[in-house]
Ligand binder design. Structure first.
Ligand SMILES: NC(=O)C1=CN([C@@H]2O[C@H](COP(=O)(O)OP(=O)(O)OC[C@H]3O[C@@H](n4cnc5c(N)ncnc54)[C@H](O)[C@@H]3O)[C@@H](O)[C@H]2O)C=CC1
Ligand SMILES: O=C(O)[C@H]1O[C@H](OP(=O)(O)OP(=O)(O)OC[C@H]2O[C@@H](n3ccc(=O)[nH]c3=O)[C@H](O)[C@@H]2O)[C@H](O)[C@@H](O)[C@@H]1O
Length: 458
C-alpha cells in the first residue's frame, strides 16, 4: 500500500505514543512510525502490555499497530524515510551547572536535532512537540542549517495540551491545536502541511496558527495558568480551615461566575505531574534571564504554595494524631499524581510518604495502577513501607487512611468495613475531598478534609 504522507515521531513516551496513535487512527492514509532510544519501551509498545496506562489507548493501538502505526528502535532509518518528524523527547529540569533546578535540560533535544541533521537526505519538516523554552526553535534551526548537504529543514512548534488520564479524548476533541511557524513563504507552507494533518479530524476553527515564539511561549503560559488556579484555591483552603468557611462552597460560589469558570478549582494536596513544576520553573528562569525579577517572583509563588500545601497536609496529620506518628501505621489510598494514570512523576504522594517515614510512621501504599512506579520512587526511602494491591488489606489495622489520588474506587469502598478494621481512634485525611465527611464521621472516623472544618469525636 502506498501512503500519502510518512510521519515519524522521536520519543515514545506519554505524549509521543498517544499523539501518534491518534494521528494513525484518524488518518489511515498516512504511515506513522514512532522511534525511541529505549529498546524496552519499544518492545512494550509492540506487546500486549503497553508501557503507559491511559484509558482508551489499548484499543487505539490495537486498531492501528502494524497497519499504519509502527514502533521501532531504528532512529536513523526513521529519519531517512519520513518527511515530517515530530520530536517528543523528554525535557526535564536541568540538574547540573548553570540553571540547575530551573532551566530545561535540552540535551536530549539537541542530540535529536543533530541526529536529524546527520541522517537526512531529503527535505524535512521538524515539529517541536516537546515543551521547550521560548526561542528553542531558533537553536534548532541553527543546528540544522549547518548542513553541508543542502537539505532543507523547516521547524514548527506544535505544543501538546493533552492531560494524562483523559489523553485520548483530549487528542480526539481538542479545545485547540496550536501551530507556530516562521512567517516566511517556506514557513507558511510547512505550517499548512501540519494544518492539513490535523484537519483530518479537528475543525479548522480550532486549529490556531501563530508565530513560532508565541506558540512556544503559550505552552509554558498555559501550564502556568492552570497550576496557578490550583495554587490559588489551595491557598484559600488554608484560610478556610482557620475560618470555618468551606472550600467546596467557596469554589462553587466563585466558579459560577462565567469569567472565572468552574473547572480546575478542586482543592487538593497540591498539583503533581511531570510538567507543571518543570514548566513554571522554566518560565521563571526565562524571566530572570531577561531581567524580569518581579515577574519571575510572581510565578515562583505558584510553586511555593504547592510545596506549602503538601507540608501543611503532613503537619495537619501530625497535629491531629496527638503530635506523634512514630510507629503508627498510615495507609495511603493512591500514589499516582492524579486519577486514571499510573504516572507518579512529581506526585504529592511521594513527598507525603517520605515525610511520614521521617516521622517514623509505617506507610502502606495502595494504588490500582501506580504501585510499580511507587516502588521505584521510594526505593531509597528509609523506614517501613508496604505495597498492597487490595485497599481493604492495605488499610487493615491502620491508624489513619490518607487519600492521595482521586481514583473513583476510593469513593465507592465500604467505609463501615474499613472503620471496623481500623486501629482506634481512626482517622481519615482526605487530600482530594472525594469522600462525604459527615458520613465517614458518623461511621466513627475522625475526618480531616482540605479546606473544611475537621469532624472529630474528641
Ligand atoms: N506527559 C504529559 O502529559 C505531557 C508532556 N508534554 C511534554 O512532552 C515532552 C515529552 O514528555 P513525555 O512524553 O511525558 O516524556 P517521556 O519521558 O514519557 O517520553 C520521552 C521519550 O523520549 C525518549 N528519548 C529521549 N531522548 C531520545 C533520543 N535522543 N532519541 C529517541 N528517543 C529519545 C525517551 O527514551 C522517552 O521514552 C516533554 O517536553 C513534556 O514536557 C507535553 C504535554 C503533556
Ligand atoms: O504539559 C503537560 O504535561 C500537561 O499538564 C497538565 O496535564 P496533567 O499534568 O496530565 O494533569 P492535570 O489534570 O492538569 O493535573 C495536574 C495536577 O493538578 C492537580 N489538580 C488539578 C485540578 C484541580 O482542580 N486540582 C488539582 O489539584 C491534579 O490532581 C494533578 O496532580 C495540563 O492539564 C495539560 O494541558 C498539559 O498538556
Amino acid at each position: 500500500m502506498t501512503f500519502e504522507k510518512h510521519i515519524l515521531c522521536i520519543g515514545a513516551g506519554y505524549v509521543g505514543g498517544p499523539t501518534m496513535a491518534m494521528i494513525a487512527h484518524q488518518c489511515p492514509q498516512y504511515r506513522v512510525t514512532i522511534v525511541d532510544i529505549n529498546p524496552d519501551r519499544i518492545a512494550q509498545w509492540n506487546s500486549d502490555v503497553l508501557p503507559i496506562y491511559e484509558p482508551g489507548l489499548d484499543e487505539l493501538v490495537k486498531a492501528t499497530r502494524n497497519r499504519n502505526l509502527f514502533f521501532s528502535t531504528n532512529i536513523e532509518q526513521g529519519i531517512r524515510e519520513n518527511e515530517i518528524i515530530f520530536v517528543s523527547v523528554n525535557t526535564p529540569t536541568k540538574t547540573f551547572g548553570t540553571g540547575a533546578g530551573m532551566a530545561a535540560d535540552l540535551q536530549y533535544w539537541e542530540k535529536t536535532a543533530r541526529q536529524i541533521l546527520e541522517h537526512s537526505t531529503s527535505p524535512k519538516i521538524v515539529v517541536e512537540k516537546s515543551t521547550l523554552p521560548v526561542r528553542t526553535a531558533q537553536a534548532m534551526e541553527r543546528i540544522l542549517n549547518t548542513s553541508q548537504n543542502h537539505v532543507r529543514f523547516d521547524v514548527l512548534s506544535n505544543p501538546e495540551f493533552l492531560a494524562e488520564g483523559t489523553a485520548i479524548n483530549d487528542l480526539k476533541n481538542p479545545d485547540r491545536v496550536l501551530i507556530g511557524s516562521r512567517e516566511t513563504e517556506e514557513g507558511l507552507k510547512a505550517r499548512n502541511t501540519l494544518v492539513e494533518i490535523y484537519a483530518n479530524w479537528v475543525p479548522r476553527e480550532k486549529i490556531l496558527t501563530t508565530n513560532i515564539w508565541s506558540s512556544e511561549l503559550s505552552k509554558l503560559v498555559s501550564n502556568a495558568f492552570l497550576a496557578q488556579r490550583v495554587s490559588s484555591i489551595n491557598a484559600i483552603s488554608a484560610l478556610c480551615e482557620k475560618t470555618e468557611a468551606d472550600i467546596s462552597e467557596v469554589a462553587r460560589a466563585i466558579g459560577t461566575d462565567s469569567r472565572i469558570g468552574s473547572r480546575f478549582l478542586n482543592a487538593s494536596i497540591g498539583f503533581g505531574g511531570s510538567c507543571f513544576k518543570k514548566d513554571i520553573l522554566n518560565l521563571v528562569y526565562l524571566c530572570r534571564y531577561y531581567g524580569l525579577e518581579d515577574v519571575a517572583d510572581y510565578w515562583e509563588g505558584v510553586i511555593k504554595i504547592n510545596g506549602y500545601q503538601q507540608e501543611r497536609f503532613v503537619r495537619n496529620m501530625l497535629t491531629a494524631m496527638f503530635n506523634t506518628l512514630s510507629g503508627k501505621r498510615i495507609c495511603l489510598f493512591g500514589f499516582a499524581f492524579k486519577a486514571n494514570t499510573g504516572d507518579t512523576r512529581e506526585s504529592p504522594a511521594i513527598y507525603v510518604a517520605r515525610r511520614l517515614l521521617e516521622e517514623q510512621a509505617e506507610v502502606v501504599i495502595t494504588d490500582p495502577k501506580a504501585l510499580d512506579n511507587a516502588r521505584i520512587d521510594l526505593a531509597d526511602a528509609r523506614g517501613t513501607v508496604h505495597f498492597v494491591d487490595d485497599p481493604y488489606e492495605a488499610a487493615r489495622g491502620c491508624h489513619a487512611i490518607a487519600i492521595m489520588t482521586e481514583w473513583a474506587l476510593y469513593g465507592e469502598l465500604d467505609y463501615a468495613r474499613l472503620y471496623r478494621q481500623a486501629e482506634k481512634p481512626a482517622f481519615i485525611f482526605d487530600g482530594r475531598n472525594i469522600l462525604d465527611p459527615r458520613r465517614c464521621f458518623e461511621l466513627g472516623f475522625n475526618v480531616f478534609s482540605i479546606g473544611k472544618r475537621p469532624l472529630t469525636h474528641f
